[in-house]
Design a protein around this ligand. Sequence first.
Ligand code: ATP
Length: 255
Amino acid sequence: MAGLLELHDVSLSFKGVRALNALSFSVARGEICALIGPNGAGKSSLLNVINGVYRADSGDVVFDGERFEAIHPFKAAHLGIGRTFQHNALFRRLTVRENVLAGISRHGKASFLENIFRFGRDAEERRDFEARSSRIISFLGLEPYADTVVSTLPYGVQKRVDLGRALSASPKLLLLDEPMAGMNQDEKRDMSRVIAEVNRAFGTTIVLIEHDVGIVLGLASHVVVLDYGRKVADGGPDEIRTNPEVISAYLGTVH
Ligand SMILES: Nc1ncnc2c1ncn2[C@@H]1O[C@H](COP(=O)(O)OP(=O)(O)OP(=O)(O)O)[C@@H](O)[C@H]1O
């Protein structure tokens, strides 16, 4: 069966630096796929090609049966590709609820400001958005912070808010760029549990970048290992865990 996301021979260079080199793999509907590999391997560049921030030099991307060589990020979002960034894409002076509402509003008739400040054309739509944002906030365990300004929250909580913002648009595919970066082990375990719950409860297909291999092998059902823009391994966590080349080159000792 065709994957929700398929990459065919995707290459991308920056002034002679090959960020992605004829990369092909497929992400099945409903799976959690982790991208791992050393710094500079091409992981973020790949997410940027998938959601249209970068245009591949060659190759193509097929998302949900639709093939594209280049896509605008707004179109990607409209097709159902959601995204978080290494550095959160949050409105730092707005509250958690307002940030989640902002993610939803992008897909509505009323403007973001109309929804935030509760004026505007479509009261029914606004009530629906507010109910959806409350459900997401509750699902992510963010209720205690719902009316708190984002910039005052601990980093780990902000990462969860960013996940809520991306989730609010009900994406089919969620791209998470280092959702656990800068977290301690307890925060990572919490975030990992939340990501698994999102995947299970909403059936959202997830592609994530994470450096902590222990966390990745416990969370992902599919792991793609990159180095210098090339794919060096592609399989289930057990396959990756026991791949001698992967262990010696990228993972070190895995427990
Ligand atoms: N906008 C850019 N301009 C120039 N070079 C870039 C740009 N983005 C990425 N690169 C280069 O492309 C290569 C792949 O970078 P990329 O950020 O995709 O790797 P990564 O695996 O995400 O690394 P990290 O784990 O450090 O985030 C690197 O050599 C990087 O320097």
